[in-house]
Design a protein around this ligand. Structure first.
Ligand SMILES: [Zn+2]
Length: 287
C-alpha cells in the first residue's frame, strides 16, 4: 500500500489537511486479480491467504500476520464516555503550529481549562522549543508523524509514523501518551494493531465544531457546541487548518463560558475516561 498524498506534513498554518483520494479502480482490480491468482495456483486456502496478508501486513486486517502472537491487550474505541457527571473533553487536532496554537493555548489558560491536543509528531518536533512547555500542561495524544491515513498504511509504515510521534511526545512531557486519534478517524487493521503495540486506546469524538459550515455565523457556531454537549462528550476542534478554524478558536472563550453556564466542567480525555462507567450497551437502533 502506498503512502497517502497527505502523508507529508504541511508547513503552512493555513494549509488544510484534506482527506486523501479513495483507492482507484485499478488498485481494486489488482487486488481481485491477486486473489484469483491464488485460486489458480494454490487452491482455495491460498487465495484467502493472498488476499488477507499483504507484504507489509494488509491494512484491512487487525490480526497479527507477521508473528503468531497477537498483542495481549484490549484496545478501546472512544467516541464519548458514559458518565452522569457533567464533564466534557475539549480536543484539538493537527497542531502545533506557531500561528494559531498559541491562540488556543491563551484561551485555555485564561479560562483555566485543560484540554487534549492530538499532535502531528513532525510539527511537535519542529515547534517544541516555542510551544512545548505550554502544550505539556495539557494532555497530548498521538495523531501520527505526518497526518497519515493509517487505514491505508501497512503495519511497518503505520508503526513508524505512530512510534516516532510517541517518542516525540514522551521526550517533551516525560510521560508516554495513552491515546491515538487516527487522522480523519480512519480505522483499519493497522490502526488497531499499532494502537495495541503502544498501549493506546483509540480516541475519536462525538461532537465537532462546525467551523466549515458556520464560520460566518459565529453565534450558531458557539450554540452548536454549547447546546449539543452532553455528559461525556468529546469535542473536536482544530488548532491548525483552513481560515474558518481561526474563527472557531476566537470563539473558544464563548464556548467555554456557555458550557460552564450549563454546568459543565472541562477535563482531559483520560480524565473523562476515569469518570466513565461501563454500562451495558443500549439496544441498537437501525440507522
Ligand atoms: Zn487531523
Amino acid at each position: 500500500m502506498g503512502r497517502t498524498r497527505d502523508s507529508q506534513p504541511h508547513n503552512s498554518p493555513s494549509a488544510d489537511i484534506s482527506p486523501p483520494a479513495r483507492p482507484d479502480r485499478r488498485s481494486l482490480v489488482k487486488g481481485l486479480l491477486i486473489g484469483a491468482g491464488g485460486v489458480a495456483l494454490g487452491g482455495g486456502a491460498g487465495a484467502f491467504a493472498q488476499r488477507a496478508f499483504g507484504e507489509d501486513g494488509t491494512p484491512a486486517s487487525a490480526a497479527s500476520v507477521d508473528s503468531w502472537m497477537a498483542p495481549e491487550r484490549q484496545v478501546d474505541i472512544i467516541w464519548s464516555v458514559n458518565t452522569a457527571e457533567r464533564l466534557v473533553a475539549l480536543t484539538f487536532d493537527d497542531g502545533p503550529l506557531p500561528r494559531w496554537t498559541p491562540l488556543a493555548l491563551d484561551a485555555l489558560e485564561e479560562a483555566r481549562v485543560r484540554a487534549t491536543f492530538f499532535v502531528v509528531g513532525s510539527r511537535l518536533e519542529r515547534h517544541a522549543a516555542g510551544l512545548g512547555a505550554r502544550l505539556a500542561r495539557h494532555e497530548l495524544g498521538n495523531h501520527t508523524w505526518g497526518h497519515d491515513d493509517l487505514s491505508r498504511l501497512g503495519r511497518t509504515a503505520g508503526y513508524r509514523t505512530v512510534h516516532r510521534t510517541h517518542v516525540a511526545i514522551t521526550r517533551l512531557t516525560g510521560k508516554e501518551p495513552r491515546l491515538l486519534r487516527p487522522p480523519w478517524g480512519r480505522l483499519g487493521g493497522t490502526t488497531v494493531h499499532v494502537a495495541a503495540q503502544h498501549g493506546y486506546d483509540i480516541a475519536l469524538w462525538s461532537l465537532l465544531v462546525q467551523d466549515s459550515r458556520l464560520a460566518r455565523d459565529p453565534r450558531a457556531l458557539v450554540e452548536g457546541v454549547v447546546d449539543n454537549a452532553r455528559p461525556g462528550t468529546v469535542l473536536l476542534a482544530h488548532d491548525v487548518g483552513r481560515p474558518s478554524r481561526l474563527e472557531a478558536i476566537r470563539r473558544l472563550p464563548e464556548m467555554i463560558a456557555g458550557l460552564r453556564r450549563r454546568g459543565f466542567e472541562f477535563v482531559t480525555v483520560s480524565e473523562l475516561r476515569q469518570a466513565g462507567v461501563r454500562s451495558p450497551g443500549r439496544t441498537p437502533r437501525p440507522s
